[in-house]
Design a protein around this ligand. Structure first.
Ligand code: CDV
Length: 309
């Protein structure tokens, strides 16, 4: 048995006028509560430090740079790293990353894994949802394709916290390829954050399906790759737009072992035995014995479906 006590720190809505220092104060409170509960790791959401700014259309994308971090830790975020060191707790944090390369600015939707106050892993979101152009007829915008480049780091894993860790971000959780690429590196726990608007601007969908698809994606990804999945929401009402909650810790059997109850700042905790997945990986999901890669070529050769004549 390899027991790891983990928390998902759900974060309620962040309003546009809330400062980084105020947000970091809320995160520190959650981190201290997680450490007090004996957790070794706390998972924060996607784009945790600001309101979900891709809902705003700005003609000049550099006008959104105030939502981005040029350095992490920076002056306002350093207390999180100091607390990680002081409390002996690691954390996962999603944020908007601005990288200056020569005279070029590059922007990514990024997440880091921190232990002992040091960054031990970085991931940049691959599956960017939404659109790049203004949709004036939509109830709100989802401009991730405008503000961010597609992540260029792939889906790496890291040996950390006594196991093998992977990261993904929000929309990545809906894609089986995300989990399988991590599964093929022996991942034992996938940590992720999300900002999922309750209304889908692209197609009409009953509200209850939003939560159903969220859980379905986490549970299927966990089971089919025999891995823990820890998912933290930024949720509730932000500047008049509602984001779903439903932060969850899912076992390698696909069962939800902890789930948030409300739509505000909330901690959920679970004792995760990393060996639950090891057993499944020896039997039903022994990839070496059962996968048939000779029949999977289309997965990397083709992006969109080609219909038969
Ligand atoms: N931030 C996200 O990636 N949100 C998407 C929405 C747009 C569907 C999600 O998959 O939850």
């Amino acid at each position: 048995m390899r027991k790891l006590r983990v928390a998902a720190a759900q974060v309620g809505g962040i309003q546009p006028d809330e400062t980084r220092t105020e947000v970091v104060g809320r995160l520190l409170d959650l981190m201290e509560r997680a450490a007090g509960a004996g957790c070794r790791l706390v998972v924060f959401p996607e784009l945790t430090l600001t309101t979900f700014f891709p809902r705003y259309f700005l003609e000049d994308i550099s006008s959104a740079d105030t939502y981005f971090e040029t350095a992490l830790p920076g002056p306002e975020t350093r207390p999180l790293f100091d607390a990680s060191r002081r409390l002996g707790i690691g954390f996962h944090l999603g944020y908007a990353e601005l990288v200056r390369e020569g005279d070029r600015n590059r922007r990514f939707n990024t997440a880091i894994l921190v232990d002992g106050g040091e960054i031990i892993g970085k991931y940049r979101k691959v599956h960017l949802p939404g659109h790049a152009d203004h949709l004036p007829e939509a109830p709100f915008q989802h401009l991730e394709k405008r503000y961010f480049e597609v992540g260029d780091l792939g889906f790496p894993v890291w040996k950390a916290f006594g196991g093998v860790f992977g990261m993904c971000i929000c929309n990545d959780r809906r894609w089986p390829e995300t989990y399988r690429v991590l599964g093929l590196q022996g991942v034992e726990m996938i940590v992720l954050g999300y900002n999922t608007p309750e209304v889908n601007i692209h197609h009409r969908e009953p509200a209850h399906l939003r939560m159903f698809h969220h859980r379905l994606s986490l549970q299927a990804g966990a089971y089919q790759n025999a891995t823990w999945v820890v998912a933290a929401a930024k949720c509730g009402v932000e500047d008049g737009s509602r984001l779903i909650a439903g932060s969850a810790i899912v076992s390698p059997n696909g069962e939800i072992v902890a789930e948030s109850a409300g739509e505000g700042d909330e901690l959920i905790v679970a004792d995760c035995d990393l060996d639950v997945g090891t057993d499944l990986k020896r039997h039903v999901f022994d990839f070496a014995r059962h996968r048939r890669t000779e029949h999977y070529g289309l997965i990397t050769e083709r992006t969109a479906p080609v219909l038969p004549d």
